[in-house]
Design a protein around this ligand. Structure first.
Ligand code: ZN
Length: 134
């Protein structure tokens, strides 16, 4: 599997409107608007940082994965996303190695990316997202 870089860090927030102030007003990063991924009950906002990005995640529903995450662990870093060259090949390789996956096949993420999550049980407690952007 070819991992190209850390694509982004996903950070769970209660409100993008409030959460973005630190990243834009204090750090001076650019805010490029929000995108809602209905399927995952989440609204995302990306802030480019050099070759990577910070992604803020706000739940659109009380039973969404981000709302449940905040309920259990509070706000903060929720996942690390690695950009891979070929997500299908990466998932096949991980399956062969017996790595526990949340997504057996890629789904659609923000920005037209193909994404898949690995189970934190398989990674030492870190929710790892693979993503492929073409
Ligand atoms: Zn992400």
């Amino acid at each position: 599997m070819k991992i190209l870089k850390i694509d982004h860090l996903g950070i769970a927030v209660n409100s993008i409107e409030d959460g973005k102030k630190f990243w834009t007003d204090v750090l001076g990063l650019s805010f490029e608007g929000t995108e809602t991924v209905a399927e995952q009950k989440v609204t995302t906002a990306f802030f480019p940082v050099g070759e990577s990005e910070v992604e803020l995640l706000e739940s659109t529903a009380p039973d969404g994965p981000i709302a449940r995450y905040i309920e259990k662990k509070g706000t903060g870093i929720q996942h690390v996303a690695l950009r891979v060259e070929n997500i299908e090949a990466a998932l096949a390789e991980l399956k062969e190695k017996g790595v526990q996956l949340i997504d057996q096949t890629p789904r659609h993420g923000a920005g037209g990316a193909k994404i898949a999550f690995l189970h934190p049980k398989a990674t030492g407690g870190v929710l790892v997202e693979l993503c492929q952007r073409d």
